[in-house]
Design a protein around this ligand. Sequence first.
Ligand code: DON
Length: 331
Amino acid sequence: MVQGTVNWNTEITKEWLQSYVDDWVKFYKKETTQGKVASYIPVLKQANPNHLGISIIGKNGMTVHSGDVGIPFTIQSISKIFSFIVACIERGVAYVLDRVDVEPTGEAFNSIMHLEMRKIKKPFNPFINAGAITVTSLLNGKNSSEKLEALFELFTKILGYRPHINKDVYVSERETSVRNRAIGYYLVELGYLESELELTLETYFKQCSIEVTTEDLAKLGLVLANDGMNPHTNEEIIPRNVVRLAKALMLTCGMYDASGKFAAYVGIPAKSGVSGGIIATAPPRVRDEVLPFVEGCGIGLYGPALDDKGNSIAGIKLLKHIATKWDLSIF
Ligand code: DON
């Protein structure tokens, strides 16, 4: 047994898990004071830095919500997983991977440096902005609504409702998007974009401004944990080879330049966004002991106070604690 894991050698009840998670959320909420809410998109500054919430949904339907759940927040970079998935479905995996690589950068998500300094043939991965904007340019459609339709359909199928775009966040990002525009112009110069720059950026800002809750992220994470199948009907929602790629990217590039430490200390595919959301996906595991969510689960967190890498400061600590206690690591 991993050091620090709780001995669960008895029946695991929802009440039991709930009381543990409630205690942990209460404990880690104190850490929110150590972080800062993102401010480069002005509207994001309105978030309450002390919020911390988590939803966990297991394949067998076991659900735990704790802390500040039910508060809508914008999906931001977590959308990059799903725009990549949609692009792979629409254009084919080989076509997409010809245009964006699957290598971590060790640099900030909005870095321009590698585009200019290194003689690269394609952006490093779909989760840095250069790669994500390139992927968005590949989505089918003549305008942003058409380009985002398949993404909305995918979300609707998994969430059971059609999420909406937070217009204030969208406008706020569009009006302050100088760095993404700079990245966009480089991408145009290098010939990477398949749709016109303004349309691509409009679509990218809109996909980042889709509103979700921790429960929504947990549902999305559960489908990824279940290899793209609906956990209740086992109907395929996302092809397995595409989910496998997406999860590999989450593990290697999902937590910005803190991805290595996250893989070492938490050990499950995850992706964060600047509004403070984190999606994590714990695949089924085979162990000799009784463990919570052994059949796999999806986890959604929200904690808008960020650390210096741009990840939810309390969210990461809470996730690390849970992963240790429940032995969630895939390694
Ligand atoms: O590109 C941006 O600045 C945001 N809309 C998304 C940023 C984000 O969440 C961090 N990205 N990895």
